[in-house]
Design a protein. Structure first.
Length: 92
């Protein structure tokens, strides 16, 4: 916003786009609170491993919802991370 319109218009642009930023900001705040609450409840390695499974879900969303290309490479990495999660859960 700053680069296109200059610093002087920043407050105006912020007010105009505040509604569009509220919902993503709210969900980001909830995710951050849930993250720290989960860390306080369990072993950090377990929580982070579980959190990394979102990459698998994101790769599937990218393919089906957004028509992304080169999904094989993304899914390979995502499945590898998911396998790491499974190893941590089963053998820890």
């Amino acid at each position: 916003m700053v680069r296109r319109s200059g610093l002087a218009r920043f407050p105006t642009l912020l007010r105009e786009n505040a509604k569009a930023a509220l919902l993503p900001g709210f969900f980001d705040a909830v995710a951050t609170i849930a993250h720290f609450y989960a860390i306080s409840m369990t072993n950090v390695a377990y929580m982070i491993a579980l959190k990394r499974t979102s990459l698998l879900i994101g790769a599937v969303y990218g393919f089906f919802l957004f028509g992304e290309r080169n999904v094989r490479e993304r899914m390979t990495g995502a499945v590898l991370m998911f396998a790491g999660f499974v190893v941590i859960v089963l053998f820890s």
